[in-house]
Design a protein around this ligand. Structure first.
Ligand SMILES: C[S@@+](CC[C@H](N)C(=O)[O-])C[C@H]1O[C@@H](n2cnc3c(N)ncnc32)[C@H](O)[C@@H]1O
Length: 490
């Protein structure tokens, strides 16, 4: 197997500075042994039979499971027969997962492993996937790696935004995500240079990647392979009693696609009570013939689904839109709905005190607040609005902060305060919607004609973000109507 250098470049546009890694890589891999299926986008065109390899290595795979090319979702695990709820689907013995053992155990490693550990230590914790990605790259470059039957079945490319052309990154139209994409690209480009510098003069026997060049694009491939398929399993017990989380790539289990209505669930050793198996997947519901076997990847916003997995979930109940808490902006929103002289930008001392408790008015406040998701209006923002639109401290003092932060506690400071609060959020939503350069209907028309996967994903992302805002507005408008009818009836 030969891994040739992959290329990455900065794609700077004068009007908006976005960084991107290009998608193309030249990979020459010796195609290996027998395969049962042909997948279009794997590292090698005829990868070894993954299910057969897992069984050969002592793992268990239910006889009714097969791998199928599901087109838009890539390869997935599908049931070829009815499988009853509670059945064991897959079990993996502890030597099958791919993990960065010496990094996790902190034993320093030896030889090549210690070079890899030094590189991994340069990676910020939030990019944990890159640390395990280094191990993956090392195994990918190792001739005869134990994990080659697994690695060769990995996708060759990922639809995550670090690989989007600059225009499609801009087309996301959503600053918090643009910021994350740029940050990741910047890190990968710098880290690629650091690795080159560190390994330029390394002797072949000390080179963790078998002498092969690793640039930003190769790093991006590895980071995406890990972020889109690794599971963080419980490791050793920490002094406080909690368990450390160890990222691992779980062969075959990671062929399960995502659904918020999963029919399968992953269990770890203690829970599965099968001492020779580290991890297993069981049927959570009855699975019918031809059903895909799906896991729930977690209650994530579309930002994370796109950044880490390269897809967008339509009508995602966990999707949110991030805003900056800003007094002047809130005054404008409030005035737009007819509230005279709101004091968001000049709160009274007792209001400032509550804002401090909400971490919205300290020396280092956290001004990021969100709309959408299960909370609908982030508790800190809701409480701030209720308190700043309240006229007297006495009413506010009757309530604890948790009630003020909760939308299900209806009108804690009175109906007119609640109506003003909700109408301010609705106005905020309108202003935010207005700031997007395109309307949702235009995006939908563009999506129908979009040719490339990255353009289509950008459009989907921004449509979903706008939908989040519209759903919040609808929900709050309904609440305002109900509250107003209560007052009228009263
Ligand atoms: C853990 S892997 C699952 C196996 C993968 N489909 C493959 O071809 O190797 C996760 C990746 O599968 C795809 N995927 C999983 N669930 C999906 C979904 N609900 N919609 C679209 N793509 C999905 C995404 O590309 C994601 O990064």
């Amino acid at each position: 197997m030969l891994l040739t250098a992959t290329r990455g470049f900065i794609n700077d546009s004068p009007s908006f500075s976005t960084i991107s890694l290009t998608h193309f890589r030249t990979l020459t891999c010796a195609s290996s042994s027998s395969s049962s299926v042909y997948y279009t986008d794997r590292l090698v065109s005829n990868p070894p039979d993954l299910i057969g390899w897992v069984r050969k290595e002592g793992g268990f795979v239910h006889k009714g499971l097969k791998l199928v090319d599901e087109e838009s979702n890539g390869v997935g695990l599908v049931s070829s027969e009815d499988i009853p709820k509670g059945s064991d689907l897959i079990s993996l013995p502890s030597h099958l997962p791919l993990k960065f053992q010496s990094l996790e155990s902190g034993d320093g490693g030896d030889g090549l492993e210690s070079v890899l550990i030094q590189l991994a230590r340069q990676v910020p914790e939030e990019l944990w996937a890159m640390k395990l990605g280094l191990k993956l790259l090392q195994e990918r470059a190792t001739v005869g790696s134990f994990w080659w039957p697994y690695i060769s079945n990995l996708p060759q490319t990922y639809t995550v935004p670090i690989f989007f052309p600059g225009d499609d990154i801009k087309n996301l139209q959503y600053a918090p995500l643009l910021h994350q994409v740029n940050k990741r690209c910047r890190f990968l480009l710098d880290f690629g240079k650091d690795i080159k510098h560190a390994l330029d003069n390394a002797k072949p026997e000390d080179h963790p990647f078998g002498g092969q060049g690793i640039d930003a694009s190769a790093l991006g491939w590895a980071m995406s392979a890990v972020s889109s398929r690794a599971f963080r399993l419980h490791g050793a017990k920490l002094p406080g009693g909690a368990h450390s989380l160890i990222p691992m790539m779980l062969p075959l289990i990671d062929m399960c696609n995502h659904s918020f209505h999963p029919n399968a669930k992953i269990f770890q050793e203690e829970e599965s009570k099968k001492s020779n198996m580290l991890v297993m997947v069981k049927a959570e519901t009855d699975i019918r013939q031809n059903d895909p076997v799906v896991l729930n990847y977690g209650g994530l916003s579309n930002d994370f689904f796109l950044l880490d997995y390269g897809f967008v979930v339509p009508s995602n109940p966990y999707d949110t839109i991030e805003l900056k808490y800003d007094g002047a902006f809130l005054d404008a929103a409030s005035m737009a709905v007819g509230i005279t002289s709101p004091n968001f930008s000049s709160p009274k001392p007792w209001q400032k005190q509550i804002l401090s408790q909400l971490n919205l008015h300290r020396e280092t406040p956290d001004l990021k607040v969100s709309l959408g998701g299960p909370e609908l209006v982030e508790g800190r923002l809701l409480a701030a609005l209720r308190v700043l639109l309240a006229t007297d401290i006495e009413t506010v003092e009757k309530h604890d902060l948790n009630s003020l932060k909760s939308l299900s506690v209806e009108a804690p400071l009175g109906i007119s305060n609640e109506v003003a609060t909700l109408r301010t959020v609705i106005a905020l939503c309108l202003i935010v919607l207005d700031h997007f350069p395109t309307k949702i209907m235009e995006d939908e028309a563009l999506l129908k004609n979009s040719a490339s996967p990255s353009t289509s994903l950008s459009l989907q992302l921004r449509i979903q973000k706008k939908s989040v805002i519209i759903d919040v507005m609808r929900n709050l408008t309904r609440r305002v109507k109900n509250l107003s009818s209560t007052t009228n009836q009263g």
